[in-house]
Design a protein around this ligand. Structure first.
Ligand SMILES: [Zn+2]
Length: 966
């Protein structure tokens, strides 16, 4: 599958250098079943941020151990230098983000050596992504982008046929997702290597000799599979007796002294250790190929010490006489090839590797939620980058390419944040702040790009020289703060961008500092769905610039485009045009909230109790509870921390005085549960979904018996659905994984942690159903989710843990927030109950993902504005509701990347699960398409020319490069 015929124009896109790749130069192994083949695979696990920032790891400053002077810069440099000394030596390189930093820094000669090693097989590029991604809390849109960024960068900066990555190197991520591997398979990868699976599954696989297996990754495509390889251990590190790195854990491995004339000659010792290592590994293998990893975290700064000893170790292995041994340098592609040759039967896997526990009581389910503000920021950034890139294509500027656009900074920051210590919330707080800073710096560039693109597009269509009014973006809209609308004395416009490929009708909420206003659409019509409510005042958000009121309106925005609303300030004498709604307290008479389609009924304690719709009355109880995180008592007990969630005791309902303070206003019920917890339950006009927007924090500090109490806050929905221990959670926002309480599909589940052991990652939604109805909960960021009773879903939404959980970050999970008192988080769920919940879930996910992007400018006269500027635009034709325009991005002066996806699984809906035929050249309204090719999912190699329609089957993603002219 690696041979592709290239057309002439594509030679520029995918330059071919005829080299011998790692997989062409595998060492000769023996096919004699009695001969043991030892594949030594040198690697360095280089986190792009964890205990210090990615840049600090690269340069080596702010050393975690000053004396060691480890630095990724030196690792690459020294490895290249060492590879020159012995053509047998091999090395694998993972993070394209670090490789790019090195290529931007190193001498030309070294870079040229590096490239020649890729093309003579000494270096194999693995991963292919900008980072080694987390698999639990990452969204597929971000994953696809992050791999595309990395793989295309390899094409550009290294080039040649050897840059087509074959193996994913997921050695450290904390559990593994079926959809992530599905994405790998769609990018043409053959194998995924990893180290962390549930300890019981690992032990069972080792016992049954199936650490290597075929992983079938899609219910829709029964052929799609990838070779999974779990390591023997110790995790992804060198065996401790052969660990010569200066950072090694044991740090007492002596050098091999193979000159008998020297004091300390120790070849016999090493031979004996090798023999023992071979025996114990062989006991876990059904074939004669042993994979021995030589590396670890930030290893190979002193590459000479490791390679020198490894050269000698390989010689010693080849001189073993007690059994037949063939030892050599190898790579993942070679090892996969060897497995293929030697394994005559394979076991299959169809589930995933969540949740991960490395020992009893240590379930790594906390990180599904840790640092929820960071997780929310990543999701918002993703919407922004996808939207701004679309607008870039619509305003096509031939002078730009994918590496010169301003928003590249955001794309890189977003790529970085997919790292398995970034979005996971498992880095030190200063490092998290660095990720957040980089994302927000990226927002600056994206906002600037938005302005450029609005201007170009408007000038292209209106044919005037008038520059589109400068748009200002308010980043604190969710705190009801916008300095632009506060300080601006004039009338202002609100431009609403919709990145979704369907027409959008969503609420836009604007902080309002004026008493009397009018709002019109771009045709000058006054909006009939606009209203003013007072801002929900709670004590949690300490923001003096918050407005007293909010203008809320239903924005009606075309697919992949924008529209403009005009807000006029009225004089004191003018009659207010927009209704201002007052507030009512919960009472026996006022205890419901309705939009005419559905009615929410509250009980006398202020909790939501049921929902009435045309389908009938469904009980729906929603409440917040908190678990106490486990404290380190007795000494050494597993605590709750950044990685691990380990509750202690039953959860307690959060409601100060056992009653919830509830106030109703138009389409909103506002609840205050405690000083640190409030919520708005919101309905939408002509819509049956319910929005729950909570504000949690700062989580209070209390002590019990002298120990600070860690708090883990959940929101819990209980409905009358007979879910029979079963629920579904999305994998990276795509396929739904079936989960069964107190059960693991691939090993004997033991209920040592009844809560945490039943938690799973949710990126976008969870779902329960019975034969009658379903309930879908759609999230605005990644979270942990469980269903501990039938008819119930609970989500971990915020955490404050005072005790490090012992997995290396060496810091409690105690985010200070803006004012140092503790982080306050605001987030939302969309909940849909009833017969339509299953059908609408995939669309709701994307609607929430593509929340409206709002910007502001001033205007004098509506008529003049609509004559001078393009006030509304949509760049795509109308697409069926089961098709999503996943990516639209300019690549260079004549080509555009287009991805289309089918968003329904094969049995999710009778109509919407059907295949769709579509012609990719007809999607863009205003760009002429001269030709289309289809590429692999990473847009890094060609599959075929496309003429006419293609078929999108359920959950297909198909990637195209369009050659365009305006
Ligand atoms: Zn790592």
């Amino acid at each position: 599958m690696w041979l592709h015929l290239f057309s002439i124009d594509l030679l520029l896109l995918f330059p071919l250098i005829s080299g011998k790749c790692a997989w062409d130069t595998c060492a000769q192994w023996s096919n004699d079943p009695d001969t043991v083949n030892i594949h030594f695979v040198p690697h360095s696990h280089d986190d792009m941020g964890w205990l210090k920032t990615a840049d600090d790891y690269f340069t080596g400053i702010n050393g975690d151990n000053v004396k060691l002077h480890t630095a990724v810069y030196h690792i690459y440099t020294n490895v290249v230098t060492e590879l020159k000394k012995n053509p047998q030596r091999k090395f694998i390189v993972c993070e394209v983000g670090f490789l790019t930093k090195w290529m931007d820094t190193a001498d030309e000669e070294l870079i040229s050596d590096f490239m020649s090693f890729v093309n003579n097989g000494q270096i194999e590029l693995v991963c292919g992504g900008w980072v080694q991604a987390d698999e639990a809390s990452t969204h597929y849109i971000d994953l696809v982008d992050m791999y595309t960024l990395g793989l295309r960068k390899l094409n550009k900066s290294v080039g040649g046929d050897c840059v087509k990555v074959r193996s994913a190197w997921q050695v450290d991520p904390f559990g593994h997702s079926r959809e992530h591997s599905n994405i790998l398979a769609m990018m043409g990868y053959e194998s995924v290597y990893f180290a962390r699976e549930h300890h019981k599954e690992h032990d069972l696989r080792a016992k049954n000799k199936n650490l290597q297996f075929h992983w079938y990754t899609s219910n829709e495509n029964s052929e799609r599979k990838i070779t999974g390889t779990d390591f023997y251990g110790p995790r992804y590190h060198s065996p401790s007796e052969f660990d010569w790195d200066i950072r090694s854990y044991s740090n007492d491995t002596p050098p091999i002294i193979d000159n008998p004339n020297l004091e300390g000659y120790n070849v016999d010792n090493f031979r004996r250790m090798l023999e023992l290592e071979i025996s114990s590994r062989l006991a876990t293998q059904s074939n004669s190929h042993l994979l021995v990893l030589m590396g670890g975290d930030f290893q190979y700064t002193n590459a000479n010490r490791i390679f020198t000893n490894l050269d000698k170790l390989i010689k010693i292995a080849n001189n073993i006489t007690t059994r037949k041994v063939q030892a050599f340098y190898s790579t993942p592609a070679c090892y996969t090839e060897a497995l293929r040759e030697s394994m005559h039967s394979w076991t299959n896997k169809t589930s995933d590797f969540f949740p991960y526990a490395d020992k009893d009581n240590s379930y790594w389910t906390g990180y599904f939620t840790s640092k929820p503000a960071m997780k929310g920021l990543v999701r918002q950034s993703s919407n922004i980058i996808n939207s701004v890139r679309q607008l870039g294509v619509f305003s096509f500027n031939k002078q730009l390419d994918e590496y010169s656009v301003k928003e590249l900074k955001l794309e890189k920051a977003l790529g970085l944040s997919q790292h398995h210590d970034a979005i996971t919330g498992t880095s030190k707080e200063t490092v998290t702040q660095d990720y957040e800073r980089q994302l927000l710096n990226g927002w600056d560039t994206a906002e600037s790009a938005f302005n450029d693109y609005f201007s170009n597009l408007s000038q292209n269509f209106v044919h005037t020289s008038a520059k589109f009014p400068l748009q200002t973006f308010c980043r604190n809209l969710n705190e009801s703060q916008c300095d632009f609308t506060k300080n601006n004395q004039d009338n202002f416009t609100v431009v609403v961008y919709n990145g979704y490929s369907q027409n959008m009708k969503q609420l836009v909420r604007i902080p309002l500092y004026e008493e009397s206003i009018g709002i019109m659409d771009n045709k000058g019509n006054e909006l009939d769905q606009a209203w003013i409510v007072s801002t929900f005042e709670n004590q949690q958000i300490n923001n003096l610039n918050r407005s007293n009121n909010e203008l809320i309106f239903v924005a009606n925005v075309p697919a992949n485009g924008y529209t403009t609303y005009f807000v006029e300030k009225l004089g004191k004498s003018e009659v207010p045009k927009i209704p201002t709604h007052s507030e009512t307290k919960l009472s026996a008479k006022a205890n419901t909230l309705s939009n005419g389609l559905i009615t929410l009924n509250f009980d006398s304690s202020g909790f939501l109790a049921s929902v009435t719709s045309a389908e009938g009355v469904y009980p729906l109880k929603q409440q917040f509870l908190s678990y106490n995180g486990h404290i380190p008592v007795p000494i050494g007990a597993q605590t709750s921390g950044a990685y691990v969630f380990r509750p202690q005791g039953d959860p307690k309902v959060i409601a100060k005085y056992n009653r919830v303070n509830v106030v109703f206003t138009y389409l909103e019920a506002r609840q205050v549960f405690d000083d640190y917890l409030s919520q708005t339950i919101r309905l939408f006009p002509n819509d049956t979904k319910i929005e729950f927007e909570w504000t949690v924090g700062p989580l209070p500090t209390a002590t019990v018996d002298g120990w600070l109490t860690s708090l883990e806050v959940i929101t819990q929905y209980t409905v009358g659905i007979k879910s029979n221990k079963t629920f579904y959670t999305d994998a990276n926002g795509r396929q739904m994984m079936k989960r069964i309480r107190n059960y693991a599909p691939d090993f004997e589940y033991e209920n040592d942690e009844p809560v945490s052991g039943n938690y799973y990652p949710v990126t976008s939604s969870a779902f329960i159903e019975d034969s009658n109805i379903g309930m879908a909960v759609v999230t605005d960021r990644a979270q942990a989710c469980g269903s501990l009773s039938d008819g119930q879903l609970e989500f971990l939404i915020h955490r404050r843990d005072y005790y490090d959980d012992g997995y290396g970050v060496s810091e409690p999970l105690n985010e200070p927030g803006k004012d140092g008192k503790g982080l306050v988080v605001r987030g939302k769920h969309w909940v849909m109950i009833g017969k339509q919940a299953k059908k609408l879930r995939p669309q709701l996910q994307l609607q929430l993902f593509h929340s409206p992007i709002v910007s502001f400018s001033t205007f004098q006269d509506l008529q003049v504005s609509t004559e001078l500027y393009l006030t509304e635009y949509s760049g795509v034709v109308s697409l069926p509701e089961n098709i999503h325009l996943l990516t639209l991005k300019q690549l260079d002066g004549s080509s555009v990347l287009l991805r289309l996806e089918h968003i329904y699984g094969k049995d999710e809906d009778t109509d919407l699960s059907k295949p769709v035929d579509i012609d990719p050249s007809t999607i863009l309204k205003d760009l002429k398409v001269a030709s289309v090719i289809e590429t692999g999912l990473g847009a890094n190699y060609k599959i075929a020319d496309v003429n006419g329609k293609i078929t999108l089957n359920p959950l297909d993603i198909r990637t195209f490069i369009l050659t365009v002219s305006q």
